[in-house]
Design a protein around this ligand. Structure first.
Ligand SMILES: *Cc1c(COP(=O)(O)O)cnc(C)c1O
Length: 465
């Protein structure tokens, strides 16, 4: 399988090389040249497979022979062995034909573990095979950093540097990163905000000459194709559990960077009968504005109670635009050029297609808190703030009651006690057993000035030989 850039002006890559890269050199994102397609009979034959067996069926065509089948199954098995629930992605019913898909059973309690446990093992495998060492560098406002660290902590050929804004992530989120004491894990608290962290990562990817001879940077944010790929699996898993593919299923997805819901779109293109895909956003609503009124413009960031969806621009949207514009890289290049000014407008044709594929809804904090309270009152099920946004968007945008609606639960409520308390819970939700002592563990991190040369010097001094 070959991977090509959405801007049409970069060399194509193999699967293994696409895993080891970030943005394409032309500024685009890599996507598969062709998508695997499954027949209804084939999908139906997967009913009853375990999550790990199903993951192999869905992922194997993307890897297309670069990794032997037994090794790929081994990587998948290892990645999901760290989850606390045997179903890996269990379903819980919260209303008539309304289901919660619990994607927070992994080690850091957010859905990002699905992709990053797998990506960590995959990188380890590829690097060992090639006898190569790399440096993972990423910025985080919370969930990505801990999931990436958890995914890479056992990878000897990786040094991972995660930058978080000093004193601006929650205590739980910080400790999930800084209490990982393996020698290849390097936490940096940057005296700046999340944008400063991200700019530093971008600048470092742009000019990697500060790295030791023979090392390169690898991206673990959702521009990495392997992350998207791993997330396609749970759409198939949920649909099969609820009677698919004989009947269609709908999904509602709390959305930030558009990685998670883009995986749902891919599942649909690959043959899974999906009726609705609902984009659920908080007050940072660029995608809702785009779908509802063709207003894809940057607005100032709003700090919400669902911080993992606080974004100004959804980078993976470019992957969808590539399809909406007939996979014409030149059009995307032009469109993204237009967007540099801060706004872009979709063509009529692209907008019509986008609206056929997606519905959207936006909630502010007040409405979200009400949803947590309501759902708890009627079911005694406690939602996290991101998931609550998905549940309400599903309820507001649902077209047919006879089609199961699956709301993706992207985080465990214990990660976001502030929102949960505001929804009337008097006790903070308990951390799961394996994390109960999180606040007693030793922490290690470096506080650094918001200065590129300071950060790069620190990295040079800490990259292991
Ligand atoms: C990252 C994250 C999201 C947003 O997912 P995208 O793939 O960026 O759209 C939603 N909820 C939680 C809890 C997250 O950590």
């Amino acid at each position: 399988m070959k991977y090509i850039s959405t801007r049409g002006d970069a060399p194509s890559l193999t699967f293994e090389d696409v895993v080891l890269t970030g943005l394409a050199p032309d500024g685009g994102l890599y996507v598969p040249e062709t998508l695997p397609k499954f027949s209804q009979e084939e999908i139906a034959s997967w009913a009853g497979l375990s999550y790990q067996e199903l993951a192999f069926k869905v992922i194997a065509p993307f890897v297309a022979g670069e990794i032997p089948d037994a090794d790929l199954q081994g990587l998948i098995d290892k990645s999901y062995a760290t989850f606390r629930h045997d179903a890996i992605a269990p379903l819980v019913q919260t209303g008539h034909n309304e289901w919660i898909l619990e994607l927070f059973q992994g080690p850091t309690l957010a859905f990002k573990d699905f992709a990053l446990q797998f990506l960590g093992n995959l990188l380890d495998y590829i690097l060992k095979k090639r006898d190569q060492k790399v440096v993972v560098m990423g910025a985080t406002s919370g969930d990505t950093g801990s999931a990436a660290i958890e995914g890479c902590r056992h990878c000897d050929n990786i040094d991972i540097f995660i930058l978080h804004p000093y004193q601006r992530v929650s205590d739980v989120q910080r400790r999930q990163m800084t209490t990982v004491l393996e020698k290849n894990v390097h936490n940096i608290a940057l005296k700046g905000n999340f944008d400063d962290c991200q700019n530093m990562v971008k600048a470092s990817f742009g000019d990697q000459s500060f790295l030791p001879e023979g090392r390169q940077l690898v991206a673990v944010n959702s521009i990495n194709w392997a992350r998207i790929m791993a997330q396609i699996v749970y759409y198939f898993y949920a649909a099969l559990a609820l009677g698919g593919p004989a009947r269609p299923i709908s999904f509602s997805v709390p959305t930030g960077n558009f990685g998670d819901i883009f995986a749902g779109y891919l599942a649909k293109q690959m043959g899974l009968p999906i009726d609705q895909l609902v984009i659920a956003t908080n007050a940072n609503d660029i995608l809702h504005r785009c779908i509802s009124e063709n207003d894809h413009s940057k607005k100032e960031l709003i700090h919400s109670l669902s911080p993992s969806m606080d974004i100004m621009v959804s980078s993976n949207f470019e992957r969808l635009l590539f399809d909406l514009y007939g996979r014409n890289g030149a059009s995307i290049k032009q469109l993204m050029e237009e967007f540099k000014s801060g706004a872009m407008h979709l063509s009529d044709e692209a907008l019509v297609k986008a609206r056929e594929l997606f519905s959207s809804y936006r909630l502010d904090d007040e409405e979200m808190i009400q949803v947590i309270a309501d759902v708890f009152e009627h079911t005694e099920y406690l939602l996290d703030p991101h998931t609550a946004i998905g549940v309400q968007a599903a309820r507001k945008r649902r077209r047919r009651q006879d089609i199961p609606m699956v709301c993706l639960a992207t985080a465990h409520p214990a990660k976001f006690p502030e929102a949960v308390r505001k929804a009337g819970q008097t006790d903070d939700p308990a951390l799961p057993h394996h994390m109960a002592d999180l606040f007693d563990r030793e922490e290690r991190y470096e506080v650094l000035d918001n200065d590129l040369s300071v950060v790069q010097k620190h990295m040079q001094g800490n990259i292991r030989a």
